[in-house]
Design a protein around this ligand. Structure first.
Ligand SMILES: *Cc1c(COP(=O)(O)O)cnc(C)c1O
Length: 368
């Protein structure tokens, strides 16, 4: 049996008819850039998250860039985030020539350790940018109370957290703004690139709407340097269809994750992901922790030999990437981030996985 990391073809086949109708409509209307399908999606996604505004853009990275811009972050300002993330969280900070200031993760949740944030706040700090990594909410109550105390803006990187909840509230509701990615492999993925910023703040939504479209309040009038960060019509149409399936798909991911965790919890040397009573983890990624890098790399190889294809998220933390060498960090600066990079393996998880596939993965992990 072959178990790929993800099977977008299987998902497509399960919704083929409605997708074709929706894409055809965009083509018939020739509404290729923004347009009615995108406006519909913005409304539906804002309703789903439970916020007033959604501004659809061309990627998650663009969403983060425009959110930081709208928050008034300028050259030399500092943005507090974690080095245990997909690097694009930091690209957005760098595009503005602001400085990412790293805080290590909580080893239990793999999200930013809120207890370490205060020590990193300076005169230049403007934003706290927590990442809801792997589909689990960061410690938002603590983060928001620190932000309030120091008058900082909170922007959520919710690129992996479509539908994740904490204390009955969806990710996307906690910060002043939240950024989503609709990269094809995300829990809610387009048929190309896509992203969105959600917010309850009308002024911020208006700024983002303006800057995503060449900063053009009227045709050929440009008051500032803008961007071409519009969402394609076809992506809006696809996302509208897929949004209706998101809760079902997340439910199936949770079922698989719970089955994995139940099977691994009693096995020596394996630590399944933590999930508390008050959260809904949507398992964008299922992270199993091993005791060492050698054991983790061994499992990766063993599974691949058995036609099971796990992933690594992320094997080199941002503070050790060459692109961020100028920040002057070294190995050892963020212990738990480095441990996660060495010891975590992402097992295959997606809604279309069959029970046989899940059992096969469990058997092979145990055999190892
Ligand atoms: C995917 C992702 C992004 C970037 O989204 P793109 O749509 O690929 O630009 C940002 N942050 C995190 C945590 C992500 O997983």
């Amino acid at each position: 049996m072959k178990v790929p990391f993800l099977d977008l073809k299987a998902q497509y086949l399960s919704i083929k008819e409605e997708i074709h109708v929706a894409i055809n409509e965009v083509i018939e209307n020739t509404a290729f850039a923004l347009g009615p399908a995108v406006s519909n999606f913005e409304k539906n996604f804002a309703d789903y998250i439970g916020v007033k505004h959604c501004v659809a853009v061309s990627s998650g990275t663009a969403a983060l860039h425009l959110a930081l811009l709208a928050a008034g972050v300028k050259e030399g300002d500092e943005v507090i985030t974690t080095p245990h993330t997909f690097v694009s969280t930091c690209w957005a900070i760098s595009y503005i020539k602001a400085v990412p200031v790293f805080v290590d993760i909580d080893p239990k949740t793999y999200t930013i350790d809120a207890d370490l944030i205060k020590d990193k706040i300076t005169e230049k700090t403007k934003v706290i940018l927590p990442v809801h990594l792997y589909g689990r909410a960061a410690n938002m109550d603590r983060i928001n109370s620190i932000a309030k105390e120091f008058d900082l803006t909170v922007i959520e990187d919710a690129a992996q957290a479509h539908g994740a909840e904490l204390n009955g509230k969806l990710c996307g509701q906690f910060g002043e703004m939240a950024c989503f990615s609709f990269y094809p492999g995300k829990n809610l993925g387009a048929y190309g690139e896509g992203g969105a910023v959600v917010t309850n703040n009308e002024d911020l939504a208006e700024i983002i709407r303006l800057y995503r479209n060449h900063c053009q309040p009227e045709k050929y009038i440009h008051d500032d340097i803008g961007y071409n960060y519009r969402m394609d019509g076809i992506q809006g149409a696809v996302l509208n269809i897929k949004l209706n399936h998101l809760d079902n798909w997340n439910g199936r991911r949770r079922e698989i994750a719970h089955k994995y965790s139940k099977s691994f919890i009693a096995v020596n040397g394996l630590t399944p992901p933590y999930e508390s009573e008050d959260e809904k983890h949507i398992y964008h990624l299922y992270e199993l922790k091993l005791e060492s890098k050698e054991k983790r790399d061994g499992l990766l190889k063993f599974l691949a030999e058995n036609d099971i294809f796990p992933g690594l998220h992320y094997p080199i933390p941002v503070h050790l990437q060459k692109a961020y060498a100028h920040l002057g960090h070294k190995q050892g600066d963020f212990h738990f981030t480095e441990e996660a990079a060495d010891c975590l393996i992402s097992l295959p998880i997606y809604a279309e996985m069959t029970d046989d596939m899940v059992d096969f993965v469990i058997d092979k992990v145990k055999e190892y």
